[in-house]
Design a protein around this ligand. Structure first.
Ligand SMILES: CC(C)[C@H](C(=O)O)[C@@H](O)C(=O)O
Ligand code: SF4
Length: 475
């Protein structure tokens, strides 16, 4: 980023503008950045609150802080007692800590509750130009609004709770331009999987990525959130998309969106939030949107993916020795042989949900595939909305009836099988078509195998019992 500039003198990127607008002070090495919104969940927060207590501090801006129970909650029987004592204790701690420090928290049964990165946008809490932090790597989701949204660790959570600020080094900037337009059955999920396959899990390390181009402009807010959500899987610090009509239409009338004259003033400001035409990015990537196909991961990191029409790659085809070794290890864990068409890989489970793909548009995409069809015998389907409002909306649209007829239960919201930190998990050796974001060893349960896909592919795969593109199904 440009270290020195005067307002208006040097062309700046969107990320630089938002960053500069939030610098409280700088020591040259680090900038002290003001946080406009701080979201909390059960993980990575107990020790932060312990630290506050030990130091005798209060929370500086409880009104800019919000907690939500997402990672540990049961999703089949919402009020079920959490059996595992340490997990039960940790689940209770968030509400206890929030109550002690005067922070609002959405608990099981509250209609606003859901995954942090889903409810922030849904409630209209995230606005273009804001800085948003949360104890979670997938905070990047909210950059879809042209906010600078970053995941932070426990000690940083404590710092923000105490001061509403955070010392950070200035990130580098990367522009990803996606040209053309996505084809039928191709989604934001496929776009981001294709990008990560191209640049690798460290491809955007240290950078804030800004997405531009016709294929990005055509995406819905939900799809933009999917793209920014997984931007962190390329090692980035954040992902951003400049606000436009789609952003503004999404925010209008949300519970925490500005109203009246404030709305008009904010919208005018939001429309000014874009990278200058002559702004220089530290790196540039171009992706051909027309060429992107439905994607599926075959390995154990999100960059190990190929179009669904491809075959499992041969490790010897990787020139880089490290990549070759990683592919060999991944194929052993995934129990896949080189040359196998991905479409022939049989699955035991499908997961549709998570902060990547647990929004209403994702459920609609799954319902569109499942309508008038049934799930293949023996395939377990986990359908988990990203928030209880998403669930409510799905019911209002009658999607639950489509799901029930297909043999699928619509659960209550939470992280669930995305990371298997609650009670939902796959058994060793089980293989899932999953709309989550990470396919690491054991991510969905010890010894479980994950193929990361879009909601439409997950639903189509549940119908046939093997990895399937929605366009493969007979009409
Ligand atoms: C538990 C949490 C800190 C973690 C994250 O940071 O992303 C989780 O949400 C995940 O997706 O692995
Ligand atoms: S849904 Fe998954 S990725 Fe998102 S916050 Fe929860 S565990 Fe993390």
């Amino acid at each position: 980023m440009n270290q020195q500039h005067e307002e208006g003198a040097v062309a700046r990127t969107l990320a630089e503008k938002v960053w500069d607008a939030h610098v409280v002070r700088s020591d040259g090495a680090q900038d002290l950045l003001y946080a406009d919104l701080h979201l909390l969940h059960e993980i990575n927060t107990p020790i932060a609150f312990d630290g506050l207590r030990a130091a005798g501090r209060t929370v500086r801006r409880p009104d800019l802080t919000l907690g939500t129970e997402d990672h540990l909650v049961p999703t089949q029987d919402l009020f079920k007692r959490i059996e595992e004592p340490a997990m039960r204790r940790q689940a209770a701690l968030l509400a206890e800590n929030c109550a002690e420090f005067g922070i609002e928290v959405y608990r099981r049964g509250d209609p606003e509750r859901g995954i942090a990165h889903v409810i922030g946008p849904e409630l209209g809490l995230v606005h273009p130009g804001m800085t948003v932090v949360c104890c979670d790597s997938h905070t990047t989701t909210m950059g879809a609004f042209g906010a600078l949204a970053m995941g932070i660790g426990t000690s940083q959570v404590e710092h923000v709770l105490a001061t509403q600020t955070l010392p950070l080094t200035r990130p580098k900037t990367m522009r990803v331009t996606v040209t053309g337009r996505l084809g039928e059955g191709v989604t934001g999920k496929d776009l981001i999987l294709a990008l990560i396959a191209k640049i690798g899990t460290l491809g955007a390390q240290g950078h804030v990525v800004e997405y531009q181009g016709t294929a990005i402009e055509a995406l819905s807010m939900e799809a933009r959130m999917t793209v920014c959500n997984m931007t962190v899987e390329a090692g980035s610090r954040a992902g951003m998309i400049a606000p436009d009509d789609t952003t503004i239409a999404y925010l209008r009338d949300r519970p925490h969106a500005p109203t009246g004259a404030d709305w008009d003033a904010e919208v005018a400001h939001w429309r000014s939030l874009r990278s200058d035409d002559d702004a220089v990015f530290d790196s540039e990537v171009v992706l051909d949107g027309d060429a992107i196909r439905p994607f599926v991961t075959w390995g154990t990191n999100p960059a190990q993916g190929v179009p669904i029409d491809a075959t499992v790659p041969d490790p010897s085809s990787f020139a880089d020795p490290q990549e070759r070794a990683a592919a060999e290890k991944a194929l052993a864990y995934m129990d896949l042989s080189p040359g196998t068409p991905l479409r022939e890989v049989a699955i035991d489970a499908a997961f549709i949900g998570s902060c990547t793909n647990g929004r209403i548009e994702d459920l609609r995409a799954a319902a569109q595939v499942l309508r008038g069809r049934t799930v293949a015998p023996g395939v377990e389907v986990y359908l988990v909305p990203g928030s209880d409002k998403v669930r409510q909306q799905a019911v209002a649209e009658g999607l639950d009836e489509v799901f029930t007829a297909a043999g699928v239960q619509l659960r209550t919201s939470g992280c669930s099988l995305c990371a298997a930190v609650n009670e939902d998990r796959l058994r060793p050796g089980q293989r899932a078509a999953s709309t989550n974001n990470r396919n690491f060893e054991g991510r969905q349960g010890k010894g479980a195998r994950t193929h990361v896909v879009s909601p439409a592919v997950a639903a189509a795969s549940a119908v046939t019992g093997r990895l399937t593109a929605p366009t493969d199904l007979e009409h």
